[in-house]
Design a protein around this ligand. Sequence first.
Ligand code: AFD
Ligand code: MN
Ligand code: MN
Length: 424
Amino acid sequence: MRMIDPELIAQDNLQAGPGLEADYAHLAAQLGRRGTQIEQITEAVGRLRVGLPSWAVGTGGTRFGRFPGPGEPRHILEKLEDVAVIHQLTGGNPSISTHYPWDAWPDYREVAEKAAGLGLDFDAVNSNTFQDQPGQALSYKFGSLSHTDPAVRQQAIEHNLECIRIGQELGSRALTVWIADGSNYPGQSHFARAFARYLESLKQIAAGLPAGWQLFIEHKFFEPAFYSTVLADWGSSYIAAREVGEPCRCLVDLGHHAPSVNVEQIVSRLIQFGKLGGFHFNDSKYGDDDLETGSLNPYQLFLVFCELAEAGAERFAYMIDQSHNITDPLESLIFSTAQIQRAYAQALLVDRAALAEAQENNDALLATQILKAAYQTDVGPILATARQRSGGAIQPIPTYRASGYRQQVAQARPRDQRAGGGTG
Ligand code: AFD
Ligand code: MN
Ligand code: MN
C-alpha cells in the first residue's frame, strides 16, 4: 500500500527531472576528472538504510512544555503510516524502531502485518526503564539496571526480556538499552558498585537474546542525572560491551557528548576494537538538543562518515534520534535523512590514497585540504538521483507539502492529549 499517490510523485519528478539530469551529468564529468565514478557513489547512497524511531514522528517537547502539531499519530499503527510516507519520498528509511511500553499494542501480528503491507521492517526495539508506568510494582526513581535493590534490577531485566519477545514477533534483530541511571549529588552513588550492578544486569539481558540478535548500549554523560551517569561515556560503553561479550556493541548518539568532544575519533576507536554497533543521529549546540542531523555541524557528520566509509559503512546500524518541537516531524526526518546521505556521499569522495600519503609525509595542510575537497563537493544531484531511482521524490519536501498528507491526517486523527512524542 502506498500512502501518497505515486502519480503525484511521478508528476513532480517529471518537472524536476531534466534539470536533475543536467546537474547529474555535470557532476559525473567533474568527478570523472578526479577519477571517481559517480555511479558507485549513487548506488552506495541508495543502499544506505536510515532507521526512524517511532517516537520522532510525534511532536517532541522539553520539560517546559510541548506544542503538539496537527494530525499527530496516536499509536503505533499511525506511526507506521507516517514512516511509510517518509520512506516513500526518500527511499532511504525502510525501518522503524519501536519503544516499549510507548508502542505497546494488543496484537503484534497486526503491527507486523501493517508494516509489511507498507513495505517497512523493524529496527532495534528500545526498552524504557527511565519512567515509571501506571501500575508498575517498583519505582525507577533511583535507577533501574543498576539500582541498589535487586528486586528493582530484576523488574528492569524482565522488561528488557519482554521487549526482546515483542521484537521477535515483529522481526527485529536488536535491542537498544539506554538507561537514565546515575546520580544527582556527589556521594549519592558508589561509582564502581553501580557499574558492577549494571554489568551484571546487562549480562542477564544478553543471555536472553535470540541467536543473531545484537544488544546495543547507548552512553550519555548527563541528564536526567546531573552529577554522574552509570554509562557516561564511550570508554564505559566499550568496557561494558567487552564484558558482556559478542552480541553487545556500542551505540553512538551524537548528542550524548559534551560540546567539542571529538566524536569522530571515538567512532574510530570503537571500529578499531570491534565494538561499534551503530548510531543515533541528531545535532546539538549545547547538550542532548536532539536537533535535525546536520543542521548545525555538517562537517562533524562528514568526519564521522569518513571513519565509517573507510571501515565499510554498511556494517553498522543507522538511526535518527531527534525531538521535533516546532517543525512538522516528517519534514524534519526527510531533511535529516538527506543530511546523512550527503555526509556519506561526501565521505566516499575522499581521495584515500592521497590522504594516506599526506599522512605519511606529515603534510598537515594537504591532508586537511583533501578532506575539504570532498566535503565541498555538492553531491545534491547524487542524492536526488538515488531517491528517484528508489521511486522517491527528487524534491521530497515540496512533494510532501503538495501531497496534503498533513492536512489529511489532521482531519483523520482527532487530537489525543495523552499521545506523546519525542523524548524531550
Ligand atoms: C532519550 C535518550 C536516548 C534514547 C532515547 C530513547 O537521551 O537518546 O535513545 O531517550 O530511549 O532521549
Ligand atoms: Mn538516542
Ligand atoms: Mn538522547
